[in-house]
Design a protein around this ligand. Sequence first.
Ligand SMILES: NC(=O)c1ccc[n+]([C@@H]2O[C@H](COP(=O)([O-])OP(=O)(O)OC[C@H]3O[C@@H](n4cnc5c(N)ncnc54)[C@H](OP(=O)(O)O)[C@@H]3O)[C@@H](O)[C@H]2O)c1
Length: 191
Amino acid sequence: MPTLAAAKTSNAGYCPSYLPVAVIFGGTSGIGQAITQTLAEYLKGRVHIVIVARNKVAADNIIASLPKPADSEAAGSKYEFMACDVTLMKGVHAACRELSERLPKINFLVLSAGVFAFTGREETEEGIDKKMASRYYSRWAIINGLLPSLRKAKEAGEDASVLSILGAGMGPEVDLKDLGLKKGYLRGIAG
Ligand SMILES: NC(=O)c1ccc[n+]([C@@H]2O[C@H](COP(=O)([O-])OP(=O)(O)OC[C@H]3O[C@@H](n4cnc5c(N)ncnc54)[C@H](OP(=O)(O)O)[C@@H]3O)[C@@H](O)[C@H]2O)c1
């Protein structure tokens, strides 16, 4: 793993010839917000960022604080908010359809939306558990739905990557007979 100093140096030198498009689920707080701000700062506003979350006021405040590009580099640069509750797959599919239709490509897809809670299984109106929806089902659905847009970037020779922020390597062995965690909820979700 590179050192923090090496990562910072590499980030500081990042200056692609094209205008990157980033979609950041969970960009209104914590790690997603920090990624949004860092990307905008290193690129000096020469970027199109879509923050996807529920809290529009928080997104608007973050967007107001982000650097604006110089006039000569402003073409295509944009910050915007899209409302989506990742615990409801109907809304997740609709958001992905809209993003695929509207964006020319996606270079960076960040999946950071989620809640940390010690409560037990809580079913959504779609019959799946809320935490599983934000941590697993929505992330799979988003990657699947936006893969064609990521491929467009890749095929143009540009960066195309997905970053999923959760708790890597902490889970217990998967019970393939209980993937929806209807029986072993705490054992499955706590890790
Ligand atoms: N920080 C930790 O120690 C830690 C540990 C383990 C796992 N994680 C996971 O890592 C990720 C990032 O952590 P963090 O500390 O940066 O989280 P955070 O500060 O709580 O931010 C969570 C983000 O997810 C969004 N979000 C929450 N519920 C949502 C929903 N139903 N639909 C759409 N967006 C939703 C929030 O935006 P809105 O409120 O605007 O919707 C916010 O932007 C989270 O998924 C978290 O569960 C964090």
